[in-house]
Each structure stands twice: as structure tokens, then as C-alpha cells.
Design a protein around this ligand. Sequence first.
Ligand code: SF4
Length: 220
Amino acid sequence: MNEFVRVSDIASLLFCQRYCYFNLHFPLESQVSEFQAMKEIYFSWRNYGEDWKSKAESRFLAIYGKENLDLFKKAIKNFKFSSELNNLKSIETEVEVRSDKLKLIGVLDEVVESFNEKLPLILGFKAPDNEIWYKDRIKLSAFCIMLKIDKGYIYYCRSGILKDYRVRIKDKRVVLKAIDRVRKLKNNFLPEKEKSNKCKNCKYNEICNSKTETFASKFL
Ligand code: SF4
């Protein structure tokens, strides 16, 4: 198994450690979501100017298939554009970022320029009432650590809200701890199952119910 931890592994770890384990060892396709369609809309809007709508549709259908056209239409209807994004020059979208030292890798949604500074921007779905979601804080922090930068942006596509965030020391600690934890899961440590509301709609529910934790994971 590749020794690099992906930023997306950290995101799934924050959702549920066992979910992360199954995603690493027995990956299943997820259902296509409105958020994935919104990402295509965002990338096309930032890259193709006036032509963005048709580009977004053809990109989305090429990746997810014609059977998801209605989902794309729904996303087009719900996507909210913010004029604040015009203050951020798009340098590049979908950029692979990696740190050989930390053995961490991820695909950053966008690199933007603001006041001659190049900064990371990640996309989110709906904005919370205050600040930003914890999972987004940690995801952005992971990219900031790799880029040796202390701040970045999150754009919530369904809310049309742009937020900036300055990474804190405690966020960096969480990222580094999560990298170690994912590495342990890669090495076959299956954590104990915790009862949670998340289990109801989890795609790994069946396999999760059939597997008990590894003995060593009790001591992690
Ligand atoms: S069923 Fe529950 S405990 Fe198991 S992987 Fe899913 S969310 Fe985690």
C-alpha cells in the first residue's frame, strides 16, 4: 500500500475511524452527490469564463455519466456565486500538493492570489452559522502545512459564502496526529465500533457489523 496519507483519508478519519479503515482496505464507490456537481461548476466558472456552463455540464457527465444529469441541473440551480471571489485571482484549480517529509498528499481545489500572496482555497457545500466546519478547518490546515502557509480560504458553494481562515497551532497538531493514526489504520489496526447516528446511512455498515476490532487497536 502506498506509504503516503491522503488529505481525503484525514477527512474520512474525522468522520469515523472505522470508516477510514474500510475506505483504505475495502474501498466502495460513493453515490454521486450534488457537491461533486458543484465542484465541476466552480472549476469551470473559474477556468472558462462565459463558456463555463456547457464546460461544467460536459465535464460532469464525462466523469459521472448521463444518468446523473438531473443532479447536475439541481446543482446549477442551487449553486450561489459570490462577487467576493472576483477579488481572488485564480492561479490554478485541482492542484496536487505533497510533502515528502510528512508523506502527505492531496488535491487542492484552487490556488488563488490575493495582494501578491498565493493562498490555498478549498470548497465546501453548505456553510455553518458561524466560522467554518471543523472538518474544513483541518483539511485546509493540512494543505497549509504542506505549503508552509498559515492562512487560506473556504468557499461554500451552496451558501455563496467565502470565509478566510488563519491556521492555529492546535489545528496543526490535529493534522499531524491524524497522519499517524491513518498510518496505523493502513497497517491493519481496526478500531472498535462506536454506536453513532452516522452508522445508519454509512456505506460500510454491513462489513463494519461483521468485523471486530483488532486486539492491538485496544491499546492505541
Ligand atoms: S457503520 Fe458506523 S462505525 Fe461502522 S464505519 Fe460506518 S460510521 Fe463507522
